[in-house]
Design a protein around this ligand. Structure first.
Ligand code: ATP
Ligand code: MN
Length: 462
């Protein structure tokens, strides 16, 4: 087909009268204006079938080569327009049993609003055989693909349901600074920035601020980016991720696990209600989940893992790869992690007999310290970590001591520590990775397809 130059036109006084889902049996014989982009096109010589897509879906346009000039203008333009071009169509609705909405539109007039100058590397229905890097180069276009449309519509439902659930449970939403002066999760993964004439950092988590806010509001949550200079290339790490963070006063980590159980189950319930079509398109069946999710202690898992992996020692982090051997593909917790594997603000578990049972001979104090257990949990989905939570230290001296042991300069945390002189209540909470949760629920292999514009070690654009 020869490429003709088609002139783009202004919107002027054209406005859409109907979205695609409003074009149905009740609009037959009406003259309507629809707007959208061409999602697919079948050319049968003298007849063209066009799918025009708007935010609600597709509507079929049928145009035949006619006898009159005005008809042929529309035909010629549509014949030459490439997929993805944006148009407005004024036309008549007619019955068509074979089309998905049982109607189609016969165009009388067309307004070409934006021409797709090149043949796009992917159409809305293409399945991603194209590598993610190629797709990211044209991400906004990539996001028009059906697969990603389904994912991002569900993402929106997840965010809405988190807000609904936490609002019902008497949490208030807060926002905390993203430009900060000190690390919270250990120094390694910070992004330094210029803050006027000082060095500052992008926040790795809202941890210390949300803890402080329990003092004023008891139950708080924040949905916001966290920034981590992750050194490795994996399919589950981003440099900028969205964290769903909560913190609650006068409870411990067991209460927080109960809350997280209910949150996940509410998200699944709402997603099934709101996004049944998207789930079907993705071929995902969100089965009924049973809460509470199983809670395995860290020590139990290490014992199991040691049977097949002799080199694993109590105190090691557990890598996702080896977890596959002992765990199914579902939600569960790993609780009571060694204190040494957790950040300084995590509370130690008193009266724990883990230290005793792990050692046959009497231990010196530094060794028994190494065996200390914390009031902590990770929520897992198969080998994937979704969330970490814990009871927090709320005593200033204990916190100071813990900072010292982790080699942190407590003076740098003075802005935080001073609050502890004024009765900060006992509190506990978690951080839940939004992108990780989407990966788990929708079986997305690469975390980059759960966020609009992924950031990683190789990528700062688009
Ligand atoms: P991982 O061990 O998987 O790197 P983490 O233990 O370092 O994660 P936490 O500090 O516990 O992460 O953060 C709480 C949650 O935030 C994690 O369970 C995860 O869901 C999410 N998260 C943390 N870092 C990232 C990241 N780089 N990309 C995406 N999500 C992340
Ligand atoms: Mn963690």
């Amino acid at each position: 087909m020869e490429d003709k130059i088609i002139n783009e036109q202004d919107l002027e006084n054209w406005r859409r009268t109907h979205y695609s889902h409003q074009v149905n049996g009740s609009t037959i014989d009406k003259l309507i204006i629809i707007m959208g982009w061409i999602s697919s096109k079948r050319d049968h010589g003298n007849v063209l079938f066009i799918q025009l897509r708007d935010k609600f879906g597709d509507i079929q346009i049928v145009v035949k080569k006619g006898k009159e000039n005005s008809e042929n203008r529309v035909f010629d333009i549509l014949k030459n327009l490439k997929e993805h071009s944006s148009v407005g169509i004024k036309g008549k609705v007619v019955e068509q049993k074979k089309s998905p909405n049982c109607v189609e539109v016969i165009p009388h007039e067309i307004k070409v609003l934006s021409v797709s100058a090149k043949s796009a590397p992917f159409l809305t229905n293409s399945i991603s055989t194209i590598g993610i890097d190629t797709r990211l180069e044209l991400r906004a276009l990539d996001l028009r693909r059906n697969y990603l449309q389904n994912i991002f519509r569900i993402r929106f439902t997840i965010l809405n349901s988190v807000r609904e659930f936490l609002t019902k449970n008497h949490f208030i939403e807060v926002n905390t600074p993203k430009m900060i002066s000190t690390a919270t999760e250990g120094g390694a993964a910070l992004f330094p920035i210029f803050y006027y004439d000082k060095e500052a950092f992008l926040a790795q988590s809202p941890q210390l601020y949300k803890e402080q806010l329990t003092m004023a509001f008891e139950n708080v949550f924040e949905i916001a980016p966290i920034f981590r200079a992750e050194p490795s290339r994996t399919n589950r790490h981003l440099s900028e991720a969205i964290s769903i963070d909560i913190e609650k006063a006068f409870v411990n980590y067991y209460d927080i696990m109960d809350l997280l159980d209910e949150l996940i189950s509410y998200i699944i319930l709402r997603t099934k209600e709101v996004n049944s079509i998207e789930l079907k398109n993705l071929d995902i069946e969100l089965s009924e989940i049973k809460i509470p999710f199983p809670r395995h202690t860290y020590s139990e898992l290490i014992d199991k893992l040691q049977k097949s992996h002799k080199y694993i020692r109590w105190g090691d982090d557990i890598s996702p790869k080896i977890l596959k051997d002992v765990i199914g593909d579902d939600f569960y917790y790993i609780v009571d992690w060694p204190l040494s594997t957790k950040p300084f603000y995590v509370k130690s578990k008193i009266n724990s007999d883990a230290a005793v049972s792990k050692s046959d001979s009497p231990v010196d104090s530094s060794e028994s310290e190494n065996m200390m257990v914390s009031e902590s949990f990770d929520l897992m989905f198969g080998p994937l970590e979704l969330s970490s939570g814990s009871t927090r230290v709320n005593n200033k001296n204990v916190l100071l001591d813990s900072m010292k042991k982790k080699g942190l300069n407590s003076a740098a945390f003075d802005y935080h520590l001073r609050v502890f002189d004024y009765g900060i209540p006992p509190h506990a909470g978690f951080g839940l990775g939004l992108e990780r949760l989407i990966m788990a629920l929708l079986k997305v292999e690469n975390i980059r397809d759960t966020t609009f514009y992924p950031r990683d070690i190789d990528r700062l654009t688009p």
